[in-house]
Design a protein around this ligand. Structure first.
Ligand code: HEC
Ligand code: HEC
Ligand code: HEC
Length: 128
């Protein structure tokens, strides 16, 4: 009823496609590469639980953007009692001082490319 040859070729192509990221990493010599996250020097804690930040930091950034852009609501008091600006460049990157050694480590690894930096300033670039 079906063509076993075609099914096998189909399966092989499928296997090849789903393992492309793996082969790509082998090809560029990064098969055992894992993100190396630079720890902030000036703080022990993030502004939310670490687990929350790892999984949901993009949601927090979206909330902040909506608060600022829609309601001009620019500050928050975090769980540590500190008042902070709801700002991607001024707050997140004041602790995570190197976008390259922190944010990009994960994003490059996972192939995520947030477009935020088209407009938002990466602090190191200010002096250039
Ligand atoms: C007051 C300093 C500080 C600020 C401000 C800050 N962080 Fe953090 N962040 C940390 C520290 C310290 C850790 C590591 C905590 C740990 O190891 O438990 C961390 C952890 C994280 C993690 C988890 C990393 C991992 O290992 O999975 C993410 C993601 C993150 N931060 C993103 C952000 C973003 C996005 C912002 C802005 C919305 C932000 N941080 C603001 C200090 C900060
Ligand atoms: C522990 C790994 C990790 C770190 C560190 C990290 N991210 Fe992410 N980031 C992710 C993952 C995973 C996604 C979401 C992928 C998805 O859901 O599509 C993501 C998505 C995002 C998005 C949404 C992108 C989109 O196109 O939807 C933004 C914005 C973002 N991260 C900002 C940051 C910033 C700013 C930092 C550094 C302060 C940072 N991230 C650090 C893992 C990380
Ligand atoms: C087309 C340009 C543009 C892009 C792209 C963009 N933003 Fe913004 N964003 C703005 C402008 C303009 C404001 C308002 C600035 C103000 O009033 O301080 C803003 C404000 C914000 C704020 C609050 C103020 C601050 O200093 O951070 C956050 C948080 C934010 N954006 C997050 C993001 C994230 C996360 C992304 C990527 C997923 C992103 N933005 C992409 C233009 C942009």
């Amino acid at each position: 009823m079906y063509d076993a040859g075609k099914v096998t070729i189909g399966l092989l192509i499928f296997l090849l496609l789903v393992t492309v990221p793996f082969w790509y990493n082998v090809a560029i010599g990064k098969a055992d590469y894992a993100p190396q996250l630079e720890k902030p020097a000036n703080a022990e804690q993030c502004i939310r639980d670490t687990e929350y930040m790892t999984a949901y930091h993009m949601n927090l950034l979206n909330e902040w953007r909506d608060d600022v852009v829609r309601n001009n609501d620019r500050f928050e008091v975090a769980t540590d009692g500190q008042m902070r600006e709801k700002s991607l460049s001024n707050t997140c990157l004041s602790c995570h001082t190197s976008k390259e050694k922190f944010c990009d480590q994960c994003h490059d690894y996972l192939g995520v490319e947030p477009y935020c930096w088209d407009c938002h300033v990466i602090p190191e670039e200010l002096g250039q």
